[in-house]
Ligand binder design. Structure first.
Ligand SMILES: [Zn+2]
Length: 307
């Protein structure tokens, strides 16, 4: 069965169609109409789904099949008590019944999942985590998220917070985080956190990647030190709970030169037991991991959701 994957990002929304054999038949990307509100966003998703299905039918010389799966990757997660979306950076969607809205717009059940979980699933099954039993897929971008995949199956957890390492507080007197705590991992490690810390130190705005690569400016060096500290402290706590077989890095900062080595070095010095041998690797599927993971989850529609 074909499956449509949709990845709702803060600025861009992407869609793919996967064939029965997992081949990408069609792909398209549009701007997310975040300023226009929930109804416009959901309509964009439905239109994009129709567009890529038509493209896929054209490529294969056939018709759009009557039955296909649909999966949607989104920042945040559905609150298990209310079913409403929470913690999305497309803030107009928070508190909305996104699940019912997309089901109604698509005319069928849609599998909705956190985007870091979709990333981890795709990398575990077809990317840098392939062949490993327990995969930790880390996102370091605008925010810090992660997903856990065990033997090819996603573990999202009953509270839908598995992998939320970005909101482990490392210092109760640290910078304020949007989540209400202070000193969260994300306040030092994410692109938005780095920019905010740099602005506090210098009064100037600067790109997060530039801050991490600058070898001469003292303020940038200071933030690189807190970055390395937060990375080692935050990640070692996650590692010590479940000890994954591989760590796959994703998100906008993940392909920064030397980040995987920097990460491994910090963990060697920090993880309990004095021995850290776990491979830390950069993703292989790039920006497409989330949308591919969503498409695979969409295939499971109609089956019991054991994830
Ligand atoms: Zn936080």
């Amino acid at each position: 069965m074909w499956s449509v994957g949709l990845d709702l990002g803060g600025t861009k929304t992407e869609a793919v169609v996967l064939s029965d054999s997992g081949q990408i038949l069609a792909r398209h990307r549009v701007a997310t109409p975040a300023e226009q509100g929930p109804a416009a966003i959901v309509q964009t998703l439905a239109d994009l789904k129709d567009l890529v299905l038509a493209q896929a039918a054209s490529v294969t010389g056939g018709q759009v099949p009557k039955a296909y799966g649909i999966g949607l990757a989104t920042p945040g997660s559905l609150d298990p008590r209310t079913g409403l979306l929470r913690n999305s950076n497309t803030t107009c969607l928070n508190g909305q019944d996104l699940q019912s809205m997309v089901n109604a717009a698509m005319g069928q059940s849609v599998r909705l999942e956190n985007d870091a979980n979709c990333f981890a699933l795709a990398e575990a099954r077809a990317g840098a985590g392939r062949g490993f039993g327990l995969v930790l897929g880390l996102i370091m971008g605008t925010g810090c998220g992660a997903g856990w995949v065990h033997n090819g199956q996603l573990h999202a957890g009953p509270n839908r917070v598995a992998g939320e390492w970005g909101h482990i507080s490392l210092d109760p007197t640290g910078p304020s985080c949007w989540c209400g705590q202070r000193g969260c991992v994300e306040t030092w490690l994410s692109g938005s956190g780095l920019r905010a810390r740099y602005l506090e130190l210098t009064g100037r705005s600067r790109d997060a990647r530039d801050i991490l690569m600058d070898q001469s400016e003292p303020e940038a060096r200071t933030l690189q030190e807190t970055f390395d500290w937060a990375l080692a402290q935050g990640l070692s706590r996650v590692i010590q709970v479940l000890d994954p077989d591989v760590v796959v890095l994703g998100g906008g900062l993940s392909n920064l030169s030397g980040l995987a080595d920097r990460c491994a070095r910090g963990l060697e010095q920090t993880v309990f037991g004095g021995c850290f041998q776990t491979p830390v690797v950069v993703n292989q599927l790039g920006d497409s991991a989330g949308v591919i993971g969503a498409a695979w989850l969409g295939l499971n529609q109609g089956e019991p959701q054991k994830d």
